[in-house]
Design a protein around this ligand. Structure first.
Ligand code: 1GP
Length: 246
């Protein structure tokens, strides 16, 4: 069932690709997370994502989400790395299956364990195929992923197509937080040619040139995290947002 957040993302996407700001509740404190979310909203970010593969403190995450919810109007979307990433007060959750994991826990078991809380907390589930590209990042290691090589776009497209046939409406091509290499525009283009749903791309996006190329290749959403933890990051972030507006 398509809910409110998904409808909002789809309608905003018609204007331009959506920038998601990723907040790792274990990296920044509540005050700076709230400031960052407010600044990002003002600059035109479409949504705040909270989570990550190494964020495991559920109580801390719940507190951060609660504070963000009061501070901004754009949707707060959970990005869980495990069942501990399911917390109340968010608007939605990337209900993800790490399709290229070698460990069934990350494909369906964590999902089964987390689902009752998604229901209990009234979170809108965004059915997502999470695909880890490349190797050596936290997402790759923690998720026991068999990373899709950057130079094998057709493999990513095959997974995305499988996700579509399984009814997933979102695909997230993940190079990993702080990745040295971002997902290539060629891979995005190849996935785009078969996947009709909402295509999210993240990991290692730090400049306008990359963001523009990924948007042009067909990304519906770009996730930016690490850049905003760096000095001068907000300025670069502003330039990125401007550069992908139509
Ligand atoms: C990681 O795709 C996100 O899960 C964001 O990556 O931190 O490299 O921006 P960065």
């Amino acid at each position: 069932m398509v809910g409110k957040v998904e409808k909002l993302l789809l309608s905003r996407r018609k204007k331009s690709p959506i920038v998601f700001v990723l907040i790792d509740s274990e990296v920044s404190n509540i005050k700076s997370s709230v400031k960052l979310a407010k600044d990002a909203e003002k600059l035109g970010a479409g949504s705040i994502m909270v989570g990550g593969s190494s964020a495991t403190d559920q109580m801390e995450m719940a507190e951060v989400v609660g504070s963000l919810k009061k501070a901004v109007k754009i949707p707060i979307v959970l990005f869980p790395g495990n069942v501990t990433g399911v917390v109340p007060q968010a608007d939605a959750i990337l209900f993800s299956s790490l399709l290229n994991s070698e460990n069934p826990y990350f494909i369906s078991q964590a999902q089964a364990l987390g689902a009752p809380n998604v229901l209990k907390f009234g979170l809108e589930a965004l059915p997502t195929a999470y695909l880890v590209i490349g190797e050596g990042t936290s997402a790759w290691f923690v998720g026991s992923a068999r990373g899709i090589p950057f130079e094998k776009p057709k493999i990513a497209a095959a997974y995305a197509l499988a996700a579509q046939y399984m009814g997933m409406r979102f695909v997230y091509l993940e190079a990993g937080s702080g990745a040295k290499q971002n997902v290539t525009p060629e891979m995005v283009k190849t996935v785009r040619s078969v996947f009709k749903g909402f295509l999210i791309v993240g990991g290692g996006i730090k400049d306008t040139k990359t963001a523009k190329a990924l948007a042009k290749a067909g990304a519906d959403g770009l996730v930016i995290g690490t850049l905003l933890e760096q000095t001068g990051g907000l300025k670069k972030f502003t330039e990125i947002i401007k550069s992908i507006r139509k």
